[in-house]
Design a protein around this ligand. Structure first.
Ligand SMILES: NC(=O)c1ccc[n+]([C@@H]2O[C@H](COP(=O)([O-])OP(=O)(O)OC[C@H]3O[C@@H](n4cnc5c(N)ncnc54)[C@H](OP(=O)(O)O)[C@@H]3O)[C@@H](O)[C@H]2O)c1
Length: 363
């Protein structure tokens, strides 16, 4: 079966990556693309790297233009998709790559975003651990995605941080009140529109700069929500977690390298390095897109660009009593459109990995 698809925000980076994956996938036929300031331009003017869709003309982002398709991707600034989505056909499978439907707690939305709080949708991270199942294996978010029609695509920094640390949370081997995450982030994470002079190449090349510092970054509540779920608790338990979070822009177009450290709990401190590593091995053993690298090999963003894979490593710093978990992902693929496609495949009953790759573009 071929599903017709409309992509809103098709002139932006997230929408562009969704189109790149959809264009080459025989299960999907992109028939409508919409935008905001670029309405009337062709996709070829905005996404010249996708020649097969070059003749599509960008339309207004309205429910009228988006309805009538089997699948709709929303790749819009936060706040723009919530109202629009409420006018979309309930039978259409809608994937929101923005933040409007990710948070389960209104208090978290109010504290970090503000404006209208929309209902949360099923969270599109198949590998998210949801505590232990009755048989001792991990319950995972994949089990909630089958047959659904509303998917909330996770944030990119959220994905890198969650995938790195969640096995340690699920097994209770780290102190949930002492987590520090520092992320090196490529500039496409800031979107394509020219928002600030510090995003210009002349400012960014050869320079690194932190942003969203001091506990202000909007991805913090989403990460804490995920970690609460990994511990087998509901979103209200996010307040049991404390994390210092600092993203740093680095002069690369794509990629996120996350270093997440956490104080070992009494249980973790009593475990050997090999037993701690085995926790990550167990959590991701059957996960096609998760690659715990061999001991001593450190992940690098350069190895995951263009792929839906996450490269992971975990080590123990005994001198400080801290766990050090690392991940490298492509923010636009694994961190946005690839992960969303994976969740969409599950929702539609297609093979989960269809149209996605674990193979990066290197160097
Ligand atoms: N970039 C990433 O790495 C990443 C990762 C995960 C999630 N996301 C999320 O994906 C969404 C899009 O991000 P992006 O990086 O793709 O941003 P972007 O490159 O700036 O693209 C934004 C898109 O939205 C359109 N747009 C802007 N204002 C609009 C409005 N008021 N109504 C309708 N359309 C509007 C733009 O159209 P025009 O170009 O025609 O103005 C453009 O197509 C955001 O919610 C972001 O948080 C991004």
């Amino acid at each position: 079966m071929t599903y017709t698809v409309a992509v809103a925000g098709a002139s932006g980076y997230a929408g562009g990556e969704a189109l790149r994956l959809l264009a080459d996938n025989p299960n999907f036929d992109v028939t409508t693309v919409t935008a905001h300031s670029k309405v009337g331009e062709t996709l070829g003017q905005n996404m010249p790297h996708i020649p097969t869709l070059a003749n599509l003309v960008l339309k207004d982002t309205t429910a009228e233009n988006l309805n009538g398709h089997d699948v709709v991707f929303l790749a819009l600034p936060h706040g723009a998709s919530g109202e629009l989505a409420s006018h979309l056909d309930p039978k259409t499978v809608v994937v929101d790559l923005g933040a409007d439907h990710r948070l389960e707690e209104k208090s978290a939305w109010d504290a970090f975003y503000g404006g209208h709080f929309y209902d949360h949708w099923t969270y599109g991270m198949p590998e998210l651990i949801l505590g232990h199942a009755a048989d001792g294996t991990y319950a995972k978010q994949r089990e909630n995605l089958s047959g659904i029609t509303r998917i909330a695509g996770p944030g990119c920094n959220v994905t890198a941080t969650t995938l790195a640390l969640q096995p340690g949370i699920a097994e209770g081997i780290v102190d949930t009140k002492d987590i520090v995450a520092t992320l090196v982030v490529g500039y496409s994470g800031a979107g394509k529109s020219l928002k600030r002079p510090n995003l210009l190449a002349s400012e960014a090349m050869g320079s690194a700069q932190a942003y969203g510092v001091g506990g202000t970054h909007r991805h913090i509540p989403e990460i804490l929500q995920n970690l609460a779920h990994s511990a087998g608790k509901d979103a209200s338990a996010a307040s049991d977690f404390t994390m210092s979070f600092t993203p740093v822009l680095a002069p690369m177009p794509r990629g996120i390298f996350a270093t997440v450290t956490a104080k070992l709990s009494a249980k973790g401190a009593a475990m050997s390095d090999a037993d701690i590593r085995a926790v990550w091995e167990k959590a991701y053993a059957d996960e096609y897109f998760m690659h715990l690298l061999p001991e001593g090999i450190i992940p690098a963003t350069g190895n995951v660009i263009g792929s839906n894979a996450a490269h992971l490593q975990v080590v123990v710093d005994r001198a400080t009593g801290r766990l050090v978990a690392m991940s490298a992902i492509d923010n636009l693929n694994r961190g946005t459109a690839g992960q969303a496609m994976q969740a969409l495949n599950i929702a539609l009953g297609i093979k989960e990995s269809q149209g996605l790759t674990t193979i990066g573009v290197a160097p």
